[in-house]
Design a protein around this ligand. Structure first.
Ligand code: PGA
Length: 250
C-alpha cells in the first residue's frame, strides 16, 4: 500500500506574513490522522516561518531547489546543509521550470538528487515531456532519459524518491493531461523502475502534476499507478490545496 502524497509547490510566491497565514490555516484544516502525506514547498525565505508554524504537525515541508555542492563559490545558491537547518524533509529536483527557464541539464539534476539522498532527505524527481515531444511520439523516450537521474541510486534509496510526472504543456496552462494519458505514462515509469529496481518499484509513489484542481484531482487518484499530485497554482490557497488533498483521501 502506497501512502498518497500531495505537495504544494508555491514557486516564487509568498512573503513571510503570507506564508504564516497560509500555514496556520492549513494546520487548522488538516485533521489528526489525515491519511495523505502533505508537503509544502515555500521559497527559501519563508522556510523559517513554515517550520515555526508547521513544526509538530503531520504536515511536512521542503525546498524547491538546492545546489549539489555543500559549500563553495556559487554566488546566489543554497546548499543542502543550509536547508537542513530548516528541518526540510523533501527537495524538488528536475522541475520543468528549472530545466527549461534555468537550463539545468540532466546530469546536474542527477547530482542534486544524489546530494539530497546523501543528506537523508526525500526527493521529488520531476519528469515530463514538452508538447512538441508528445506530438512527435517521443514522450516516453524523453521521460526515460530524465529517469536516468536514478542511475546509481540503490533500491533502498529509491524508497525515498517520489516521481512527479508533469507534462510541460499541462503546467500552469489550465489544460491538464487526460487521465488515461497520465496513467499510461505512470505505468510506463513503473515498468521502467521495475526493470531496474525489481519489487521496490511497487513502493514508489508517482504523482501527476499539471493544472491539478479540486475538481479534477479525484480522477487522477483513481488511476492504479498515480499516488498523488504536485500542485502549483491551485496550491497557493490553503483551502483549495486542502480540497485537493481531501479528494485524494477519498
Ligand atoms: P500547476 O503547476 O499546478 O500550476 O500547473 C504544477 C507544477 O509546476 O508543479
Amino acid at each position: 500500500m502506497r501512502v498518497p502524497i500531495v505537495a504544494a509547490n508555491w514557486k516564487m510566491n509568498k512573503v513571510q506574513a503570507e506564508a504564516r497565514a497560509y500555514c496556520r490555516r492549513l494546520r487548522e484544516l488538516v485533521p489528526e490522522g489525515f491519511p495523505v502525506e502533505l508537503v509544502v514547498f515555500p521559497p527559501f525565505t519563508a522556510l523559517g516561518v513554515v517550520r515555526e508554524v508547521l513544526g509538530g504537525s503531520q504536515i511536512k515541508w521542503g525546498a524547491q531547489n538546492a545546489h549539489p555542492e555543500s559549500k563553495g563559490a556559487f554566488t546566489g545558491e543554497v546548499s543542502l546543509p543550509m536547508l537542513l537547518e530548516y528541518g526540510i524533509s523533501y527537495l524538488i529536483v528536475g522541475h520543468s521550470e528549472r530545466r527549461n527557464i534555468f537550463g539545468e541539464p540532466d546530469d546536474f539534476i542527477a547530482k542534486k538528487l544524489r546530494s539530497a539522498l546523501d543528506s537523508g532527505v526525500c526527493s521529488i524527481l520531476c519528469v515530463g515531456e514538452k508538447l512538441e515531444e508528445r506530438r512527435a511520439g517521443k514522450a516516453r523516450e524523453v521521460v526515460e532519459r530524465q529517469l536516468a537521474a536514478l542511475a546509481g541510486v540503490s533500491a533502498e534509496e529509491l524508497e525515498r524518491v517520489v516521481i512527479a510526472y508533469e507534462p510541460v504543456w499541462a503546467i500552469g496552462t489550465g489544460v491538464p493531461a487526460r487521465p488515461e494519458d497520465a496513467q499510461e505514462m505512470a505505468a510506463s515509469i513503473r515498468r521502467w523502475l521495475a526493470d531496474r529496481f525489481g519489487d521496490t518499484a511497487e513502493k514508489v509513489r508517482i504523482q501527476y502534476g499539471g493544472s491539478v484542481k479540486p475538481d479534477n484531482a479525484g480522477e487522477y487518484l483513481k488511476l492504479p499507478d498515480i499516488d498523488g499530485a504536485l500542485v502549483g497554482g491551485a496550491s497557493l490557497d490553503p483551502d483549495t490545496f486542502f480540497a485537493i488533498a481531501r479528494e485524494v483521501a477519498r
